[in-house]
Ligand binder design. Sequence first.
Ligand SMILES: Cc1ncc(COP(=O)(O)O)c(C=O)c1O
Length: 379
Amino acid sequence: MPNIPTRFEALRGGFKAFFAPPPEGVTRLTVGEPGFDTPSNVTNAMIDAVKSGDTHYTRGEGRESLCATWAEYLQHRWNIPVTGEGIVMTPGAKQALLYAMMVALDRDDEILLLDPAWPTYAEQAVLVGAKPISVPCIQPSFRPDMVALENAISHRTKALLINSPNNPTGAVYTPEEIQNMVDFAIRHDLWIISDEIYAELIWNGTPHISPASLPGGFERTLTVMGPSKTHAMTGWRVGVLAATNEVANLVGRIQGNTCSHIPSFIMPAAEVAAKEWDSVGEFRGDYIQKRKRMMDLIEQIPLLNAGEPEGAFYLMVDVRNTGMDAITFAARAMEEACVQVIPLEGIPGGEGYIRLSYAADDDVIEEGLKRLGEWLGNQ
Ligand SMILES: Cc1ncc(COP(=O)(O)O)c(C=O)c1O
């Protein structure tokens, strides 16, 4: 058998190991996806498209009406001056992020990640031959540290990744913090890759500011969006990359030479999702309740500490008072309390923390926290 090339040997699977169905009886607080069903108007648009034979090759970036609809959403909702020509519809936001790294980074270039960060960013940087540079956030509130960012600049720095609201920290960066980072990117002539997949999911009233909406921001920002989290469409694999026409044209050519386009019959559904952002409101109330319930339950467990998440649907929980590191905690929670959590020990800045997701059914949240409380109470 021929050898497998070694260049991706070190590639890690992110949180993948925690997404396989656990053994029966285990309560999962791991999954980063809404427990809701995709809204029926979205689903019906897809069914109608299949039935009407919309199953052939089409425009690689996505149909013009689809791209125009997403551009309109980004313009009106987040003040991003993008047109339909600046949009590429991708198989999930994840693929949009990979394209963004491909066009922003040359081999050995450096991209600054505000850690703890979603593990996929570092792995994608490695995939494109670039180097992820870890810039720790200010703990325990996980604010971006402008001094640390300045200190991390080298002659190879080409990009800054911003993810607000943030997975896994739940932080939402303030308008001032976003402005500071855009100014920093302008000062050092960096690309900004802005992952805004959780933009609609903010709980503390902080306005969501897109870096691309600020003066000097649009021409250097690759904005990543999509309906996965807001419309419970994680399995549909629909994402959006928004950029200047020139960048989008290049991304369109990359996609044209790889997967061609997202499935034709998904396009009408993705268009409905972009038009009908009201459906998000329905879910929002539920998330607010779930977040509160999880916070209340955590507060009743003296050995666990968590700050209030400002957005997305994750809770970073400090487990250091238990005397365990996060990997031991997660392994023992699984073994002894039958609760699955994600240890963040393996990602820079995540040492001593686990991530819980409150995008779970209410009874799962109740049962999971009850089990953790009883288990820790008996230590
Ligand atoms: C921060 C962040 N960005 C992007 C994604 C990927 O989204 P999609 O499912 O649309 O690829 C996720 C999914 O967990 C995420 O947490």
